[in-house]
Design a binder for this molecule. Sequence first.
Ligand code: NAD
Ligand code: MG
Length: 334
Amino acid sequence: MKLYSEAEASTGALDGKRIAVLGYGSQGRAHARNLADSGHDVVVGVRAGGPSWDKARADGLAVATPADAVRDADLVAFLVPDMAQAAVYSDVADGIKAGAALLFAHGFNVHFGQIEAPADRDVILVAPKGPGDLVRRQYEIGRGVPCLFAVHQDATGKGRDRALAYAHAIGGSRAGVLETTFAEETETDLFGEQAVLCGGATELVLKGFETLTEAGYQPEVAYFECMHELKLIVDLLYEGGLEKMHEFVSETAKYGDLTRGPRVIDEGTGERMREILKEIQDGRFAREWIEENEKGLPEYNRLMEQDLAHPIEKVGRALRACMSWLKTGRARAA
Ligand code: NAD
Ligand code: MG
């Protein structure tokens, strides 16, 4: 395993080159601003008249429609939502010059064959391992969010150096840049968000909350126990792994963890995680998600409504309203 440092990632491959950033959401806004502050020539490509247009302008960046933005670009970063990328790509593909690089922050569309670039374009990946909001905030204070990079197609022989230079310019090399493949990034990212981060962690919280409230305990107490305190534990894990968490929790908590934890998450969970990974690897998840989008997201909307109607949301909103320091700002991950 090799972690690329700032010195190794500053390849100069994007010096004096024009970079088009398509999409001005979580990642797009952060990348565009960091690239510009790192001295690159950046143009943001968004729909004319949309809210992102004014936002990018107000941030002091050059703005154009996606078709105009890609025209003279040496690198085009596709930072619109994954499910919109194939359509945006087909709108702008003809305008992208030969020898330019197509850059993605997640490998989904390339890996699952939704976007196939002509042989004379580089196809590269720079995936920050954190939400866009953090990519910007860390950069501003001289830090960075670690990034993965990969080269799917190296038409120019400069693909790798371009990916490293991009990761460097958005601040990733301050934390470390790690090489991967489109397959590895896509499959592990989907698995992580489904089984552990967004899917696994929230279901664990909800099951804990339900268990306590069904047994007659106050929902407020259940909320603090199962949702609020999770942050303390996650911060300790982030800072110092299992060892640091064990240092800070009580002896009783440690004994409970070691003897009861494996009863909650057991071999059956492992079995189901392997099934979920298989569905990702063989393309079943990708097909299902693409079809769901084509149908107008009926199941997604139904499940989302159900999720947000969970009693933990009501009690959580009331309790968080008392904690004035909790910002409600947007900081999406995954
Ligand atoms: P987003 O939903 O925050 O923003 C996308 C932006 O694209 C919108 O703000 C808008 O400007 C534009 N847009 C939306 N729909 C469009 C359409 N139909 N046509 C044209 N433009 C449109 O997206 P995001 O979360 O920043 O994701 C961008 C890429 O970054 C994805 O590939 C995603 O997987 C990847 N990624 C995201 C995160 C994250 O923290 N959100 C982390 C790592 C990688
Ligand atoms: Mg992710």
